[in-house]
Design a protein around this ligand. Sequence first.
Ligand SMILES: Cc1ncc(COP(=O)(O)O)c(C=O)c1O
Length: 477
Amino acid sequence: MSTDKSYHMTPEQFRQYGRAVVDWIADYYERIETLPVLSQVQPGEIRRALPPEPPRKGEAFETMLKDIDEVILPGVTHWQSPNFFAYFPANASGPAILGDLLSSALGVQGMLWATSPSCTELETHVLDWLVPMLGLPQKFLSTRSGGGVIQDTASSSSLCAMLAARERATNYASNRRGCDGRLVAYTSNQAHSSLEKAAMVAGIGIDNLRLIEVDERFAMRSDVLARQIQNDRQAGLIPFFVSATVGTTSSNALDPLRAIGAICREEGLWFHVDAAMSGTAALCPEFRFIQDGVELADSYTFNPHKWMFTNFDCNCFFVAKRKALIDTLSILPEYLRNTATESGAVFDYRDWHIPLGRRFRSLKLWFVIRYYGVEGLQYHIRQHVEMARQFAEWVKQDDRFELAAPVPLNLACFRLRGGDESNQRLMDRLNQSGALYLTHTRLDDHLTLRFCVGQTNTTQRHVEQAWRGIQEEAGKL
Ligand SMILES: Cc1ncc(COP(=O)(O)O)c(C=O)c1O
């Protein structure tokens, strides 16, 4: 049997097609503003354009790339458009994309230190860099009792925090026997739904996750938290975990970390901080007020894959005591045994999260930090915040609109004074126009529009254009 036959792409072909793909990407970024931000396709439209059967014979690469334009792009919502103001940013950047490409090329599986030492050590190092970059407490450093790890999402790392808290509270008994239904966790009623999911997955149960009332700024009321903890103790339950949010998804509210942290200390509860989008703002010392009291936290999560120019997925999770996390998640089957692990001198990141396998994600984060420098990152974050605050000023100056929440950073929540229906119509028309994309929330039971500034290439011109579009559309209602 001949061994020469191969269907693989040769290095020479890779060079040729790779150049074509990089050119395609650069062209895409150049023309992105000509594309409707929100995909305008109907359900099923993309599938109908795809052949029902897979190809029997390999196809020309050129045909595949053509289909990206003709079949795929119409069904893409352009998160990388500078006119994307919806949800939260999921911003990418040149250095991040190239770092990710290298990660794909190396194809490293970094489950253990031994399976690629660079994958582990670069990750530990870059996460140590982030601690002073973000003004986080030294206890999160790997050179102290803690350390950081890259996970896929904030949802996963909040789940890991809850699991470690559960084990700490039960002296590792729940890992062996399961939960007994008495553990109680706390977060605000504005917290991200990932906390509810974590309570479901961790076996705590959503009935045992207390959603604490918020104040007029949508921040958790620490007095209500303290009272609820006492009530639960009196009812024979076991409070064990509190998650506070720095920048809620709905309105960017800032929970009072210092007051909540003090309660956690007093009561012996694990204190987790979810700073998914807004944590990035702490790159700028003047915005660190958002995390006042973070030194009281046992764990902290934020997403460079939201606002730090690092394409999805890249979540950073820090713990003050890595032993608590590792003891919770470590399992060592025979086939993974190796001398480096047994020496105790290395981190095996598979023990720091749920999956075994892991990609070389720190490469893209490393590239971003090196390419921009701290100064470059700060510059763009400041610009985004300034633009959102400017937008909020314009809203205040137009009598037809009102601001619905404070604007501490890069998200402005606003509405037309005309009621839910006119706000819904305004949003639908704007989004259908393709010129920009924004989404909504409910605040004080009113439909509220959210304008979030954080896409990598958004500039003053885009925000001005968006506000003009909003004003014009409101005039036509
Ligand atoms: C405050 C907050 N926490 C958690 C999440 C979930 O992030 P991820 O998609 O990384 O799980 C989000 C994003 O929607 C968020 O805004």
